[in-house]
Design a binder for this molecule. Structure first.
Ligand SMILES: [Ca+2]
Ligand SMILES: [Ca+2]
Length: 237
């Protein structure tokens, strides 16, 4: 009898431990997105681009301060980085590869995961095939778009673009990238409200195919250089 009780106790303890493990995993997932505080301001540490092995300056993806302001009519997002140079060198990545990107995810279904129907605003540069290395200001080569996640799988997802630069006002001021979108540009934008949780990611892939990234909230990197393609963020490429 005593043995049986011990066994039962052991099983219960196991269940408790299992439960604790699940809970900590849930918490980790929760940290993928964050609520926007009333003043709209979010801050990230400076100097936390990963991996820390860059031999060139990657401060342009080092997120430091972000703001999100959502009204009934407009969505404005700012992303300040440690240093945004006046001139960038681009088209150093492999042809067809995402090279520079800054993204904000909106957790439309409020499940703290990247999932179907979540929305994504970004500023991206992909090296097109048969283009040469060039120099220019950020907005000469990187373009803003709004996407909807159609299907999420593991760390990757498929998404569809529904709004382009003609409807998204992107500007640069000092070290800050500013996006402003009228909600009347697309019905989907009405799903974004001041209580929608957000996540920021910035990434750069250099000429040797090394991937560097920063995110807020801080979490595991979503992609490494090896699986960037399988993430299929931009199926049109
Ligand atoms: Ca940072
Ligand atoms: Ca979600």
């Amino acid at each position: 009898m005593e043995n049986k009780i011990l066994v039962l106790m052991a099983i219960s303890l196991n269940c408790l431990l299992l439960q604790a493990t699940v809970d900590s995993k849930t918490l980790q997932k929760d940290s993928l997105f964050v609520e926007v505080p009333e003043d709209g301001k979010l801050t990230d540490a400076k100097g936390d681009v990963r991996p820390a092995t860059a031999t060139t300056n990657v401060a342009f993806i080092d997120l430091t301060e972000m703001t999100v302001t959502v009204t009934d009519n407009n969505i404005t997002v700012t992303i300040t980085v440690a240093d945004l140079p006046d001139q960038f060198t681009y088209n150093q990545a492999r042809p067809g590869q995402l090279e520079y990107w800054w993204q904000i995810f909106f957790d439309i279904d409020n499940n703290s995961k990247k999932s179907a129907d979540d929305l994504l605003l970004d500023l991206v540069h992909v090296r097109k095939p048969e283009t040469q290395e060039a120099q220019g200001a950020l907005l000469e080569f990187a373009k803003p778009s709004f996407h909807i996640i159609e299907e999420a799988h593991g760390t990757g997802f498929h998404s569809g673009r529904f709004l382009g630069e003609e409807n998204i006002n992107a500007t640069v001021s000092e070290n800050t990238i500013i996006f402003s979108v009228d909600k009347s540009s697309h019905l989907k934008l009405n799903k974004i409200t001041s209580s929608t949780k957000v996540r920021f990611e910035a990434q750069y892939i250099d000429s040797s195919n090394n991937s560097f990234s920063d995110s807020y909230p801080n979490a595991q990197p979503q992609f490494s250089a090896g699986d960037t393609k399988s993430s299929s963020i931009y199926p049109e490429i």
